[in-house]
Ligand binder design. Structure first.
Ligand SMILES: CC(C)(COP(=O)(O)OP(=O)(O)OC[C@H]1O[C@@H](n2cnc3c(N)ncnc32)[C@H](O)[C@@H]1OP(=O)(O)O)[C@@H](O)C(=O)NCCC(=O)NCCS
Length: 241
């Protein structure tokens, strides 16, 4: 976890508190569905469910939220750095949903970050392309079951991200026809800069729109909507091959 995670987490708690009020659900339920804290703390696996339960308990009991967050950050820090994903290629990682033949792509710069520039900066574009080339060569060798690439992210609003992929994939980006979830970074990621600090203007715009939040689609108050992009994987093999 890098500098000042509290403000990112604090923003998410404020968002969840608002959702709890308008949806008339307990705060702990809103924190569970509207924030990515569990994932960011590295508590997704069953073995760490007790940490998450204790955190939700602290939140639900109306304790000092800043203190509960601090404790969670300390517990996380005590584990040491989050282990690098086995299937990560620099900023990119993937998972295969074998039954559907779908490859999902994720983007997050590993720590420690490169201090020279953001990971999407043009001067670092060749690094990202090399990572994607390696990722797809690996997938080609090990996952013949993957036939379609599918991405769901706010990043598909950015030319700086789309230029890393086959043009048809970026061009396919469109609003999803299914409900989004807020327990990852596909929407929340937009409030962070490349140094993992909250962007003040994005935070302020989000807080200013909380009153417009709809219970059925709380993600719509974000400035950028997560978009869905997809293409046959053959396009990727041809593009990076
Ligand atoms: C992605 C991330 C590195 C962007 O941070 P950043 O500080 O804006 O990064 P940069 O300054 O390097 O900007 C990268 C490019 O994106 C553009 N950009 C970033 N946010 C933008 C926004 N909200 N609107 C328009 N353009 C934007 C910048 O203009 C720049 O493009 P350019 O080089 O063509 O000018 C940062 O948000 C992050 O790490 N987020 C968490 C990871 C994440 O969201 N993952 C998604 C998981 S599905």
């Amino acid at each position: 976890m890098t500098a000042s995670p509290e403000s990112y987490f604090d923003l998410q708690l404020r968002f969840a508190a608002h959702y709890a009020r308008i949806a008339r659900v307990p705060l702990r339920a809103a924190v569970d569905t509207c924030t990515n804290l569990r994932r960011r703390f590295g508590w997704m696996d069953a073995g760490r469910a007790a940490h998450w339960e204790a955190f939700l308990h602290g939140i639900a009991e109306g304790a000092d939220h800043a203190q509960v967050l601090r404790q969670a950050c300390e517990t996380h820090a005590a584990r040491g750095p989050t282990p690098t994903l086995a299937k990560a290629f620099g900023c990119f990682s993937y998972e295969v949903h074998a039954r559907e033949g779908v490859l999902r792509i994720h983007f997050m710069e590993p720590q420690p970050r490169d201090p020279r520039a953001g990971p999407l900066a043009r001067l670092r574009m060749h690094e990202r392309l090399a990572e994607l080339r390696a990722l797809f060569a690996h997938v080609r060798a090990h996952h013949p079951e993957a036939v379609t690439v599918l991405g769901v992210s706010w990043l598909y609003n950015l030319d700086a991200y789309k230029r890393l992929f086959p043009p048809g994939y970026g061009a396919s980006a469109a609003l999803p026809s299914f409900p989004l979830h807020l327990s990852g970074s596909s929407t929340w990621g937009q409030v962070l800069d490349h140094d993992q600090q909250v962007k003040p203007d994005v935070r302020d715009a989000l807080l200013a729109r909380l009153d417009a939040m709809a219970v059925q689609a709380p993600w719509r108050v974000f400035a950028l909507q997560a978009l869905v992009a997809s293409s046959p994987i053959a396009c990727f093999h041809a593009w990076y091959g």
